[in-house]
Design a protein around this ligand. Structure first.
Ligand code: HEM
Length: 402
């Protein structure tokens, strides 16, 4: 892939399902910024693969996260994000909307949710052990857990949870067409609109009530409140579900490291190491330059697209020793699994807590948990943005249940 040859097609193919494409190792060493051709429309964009350059792109205000910026690497058929979808906005709108939520995701507020998350996880494990084996861990835990946590966070009434689960199932279904996904987003948005009415009339102690009643103070419209709630569902569901799937598989493949996850002194670091090593936003984060910017010795011109590959930056040997080795005792600070810069994941404290509670509870209660199939028979989903497993059949010895 030198500068005179035609750019290769992106995404690059993986060799091993547990590692990013091997080509990234060469790119980081030889061509840390390079041109690639996007397989969905043949357009050419820049690919950035080193940890420091990924950070440089993501923190630079001359790169826009807005789909409608000229050169943004997005399918033209995708509908523009609606009001409130600040993940796809630049300042000042991004800052105004994100600011309205900052208190909701601070560690103290997230800690208040911990007992609820523990209760939800225990209930899901109870339900799982009461049924026949093998169990698909994705269906039993990975998909329901984030939905139930988001319901708790937003204050979705119990009676509405089945509707909510149906909608999120479509969002998580890799076979659902873009049109069907869009339809469900619209349904969710309409549902949120009705829920905002209910919160306005009878506010409770939940995020949606606080956002609804505080919208004048935050300078956000009612439409934006509905959009923010829909964004939280979408951002906080498929990511956690797939991270649980792929992360649990990683733990099952390295049972000698499970004690590090169970030890309260090391479990937070262990979760971060899984996030680093098994980075599910495998495609990378997309941006478009709004001015000429030099990155790694190349000038990216205004109107050109860029993909900053988090999964590659997380395997950069300039930052991590033996980066391809999963080592739960490593203190993997500064990993890029949650992005970087002004859009860095707003839900990261919550995400870490959910994963920590889940893995600690699961392996404490079911110490003999193991794969029910050969690891080579596990199927992986490698669709456009989120990487994961299609299902995760597991078994355990009931006599060791806690
Ligand atoms: C943004 C990853 C869980 C809410 C992001 C971004 C990444 C990410 C990489 C940056 C996107 C960009 O710069 O374009 C993850 C992963 C998760 C996770 C790997 C789980 C393992 C959650 C949860 C929530 C959440 C649980 C909330 C319920 C958000 C929001 C943004 C975001 C609102 C947009 C922030 C902004 O634009 O300012 N996430 N996320 N995420 N995430 Fe997460």
């Amino acid at each position: 892939m030198d500068s005179v040859s035609k750019p290769v097609s992106y995404p690059l193919s993986r060799g091993c399902p547990f590692d990013p494409a091997p080509e990234f190792t060469r790119l980081r060493a030889e061509r840390p910024i390079t041109r690639v051709r996007l397989d969905f429309d043949g357009s050419e964009v820049w690919l950035v693969s080193r940890h420091e350059d990924v950070r440089a792109v993501l923190r630079d205000p001359r790169f826009s996260a807005d789909f409608s910026t000229p050169g943004f690497p997005a399918r033209m058929t995708v509908q523009p994000p609606g009001p409130g979808t600040f993940i796809r906005m630049d300042p000042p709108d991004h800052s105004r909307l994100r600011r309205a939520l900052l208190n909701e995701f601070k560690p103290r507020r997230v800690e208040e949710l911990r007992p609820h998350v523990e209760r939800i996880v225990h209930t899901l494990v109870d339900r799982m052990v009461a049924g026949p084996q093998p169990v698909d861990l994705l269906e039993a835990i990975a998909f329901p857990l984030p939905i139930l946590v988001i319901c708790e966070l937003l204050g979705v009434p119990y009676d509405d949870r089945p509707f909510f689960e149906r909608c999120t199932a479509v969002i998580g279904d890799q076979n659902a067409s873009p049109a069907r996904r869009q339809e469900v987003r619209t349904e969710l948005w309409a549902y949120m609109d009705r829920l905002i009415d209910a919160k306005d009339a009878d506010p409770a102690d939940d995020l949606l009530s606080r956002l609804t009643t505080g919208r004048d103070r935050h300078g956000i419209s009612r439409e934006e409140v509905a959009g923010i709630a829909t964004l939280l569902i979408i951002a906080g569901y498929e990511t956690i579900a797939n991270q649980i799937g792929i992360g649990t598989l990683a733990l099952l493949r390295h049972p000698d490291q499970i004690p590090t996850m169970l030890d309260p002194a090391t479990s937070v670091g262990a979760v971060d190491e899984i996030l680093r090593h098994q980075t599910i936003i495998a495609y990378g984060l997309r941006r478009a330059a709004v001015a000429d910017v030099e990155v790694a010795g190349e000038v990216i011109r205004a109107g050109e697209g860029v993909i900053a590959v988090l999964a590659s930056g997380n395997r950069d040997d300039r930052v991590y020793e033996d980066p391809d080795v999963l080592n739960l005792e490593r203190v993997a600070t500064d990993h890029l699994a949650f992005g970087f810069g002004i859009h860095q994941c707003l839900g990261q404290v919550l995400a870490r807590m959910e994963l920590q509670v889940l893995w600690q509870t699961l392996f404490r209660r079911l110490p003999t948990l193991r794969l029910a199939v050969d690891v080579d028979d596990v199927e992986f989903r490698d669709d456009m943005f989120v990487y994961g497993v299609k299902s995760l059949p597991v078994v355990w010895s009931p006599e060791n249940e806690e």
